[in-house]
Design a protein around this ligand. Sequence first.
Ligand code: IDP
Ligand code: MG
Length: 153
Amino acid sequence: MEQTLVLLKPCTLQRALVGEIINRFEKKGLRLAGMKMMQLTDSILNEHYAHLSGKPFFQILKDSMMSTPVIACCLEGIDAVRVVRSMTGSTNGRNADPGTIRGDYCMSNQQNIVHASDSLETAAIEIKRFFRPEEIFDYESSNRNYLYALDEH
Ligand code: IDP
Ligand code: MG
């Protein structure tokens, strides 16, 4: 099973969409392996958004991500990284396809509801960045044989 990291951004808490977004992932069949509220810091955001450090919006992005706590989720499933990215949609909510989270819930390029890991390698790094090992849970799920066929495990 793959694991991927999702952050529910401050805009999602402010707009009271936390339950609705988590509901989408749950309904899809992704399993929560970890979830917590946390206040992000400049240093974790410098790491997390290092690929954007030269961009003019870098500071605004970091300030926005620190404006309230976020909800960090570790989601698990077969092909979870790709599935969650496709449910998330394009970065800019105005361009994201209807039916995706960003396409359905936002109008912004930056206040775009969720962060989602973009590759298996990134997901492993990001889960470690936001969770301690004991905060990720491997528990029995009774519906596994109904979420997946026996030969998909
Ligand atoms: P992603 O979240 O779709 O993976 P990235 O390029 O990794 O997109 O950018 C990380 C975050 O930085 C985006 O989710 C968004 O909040 C913000 N961002 C990216 N590009 C822009 C931009 O051109 N203007 C403003 N904010 C941006
Ligand atoms: Mg990204």
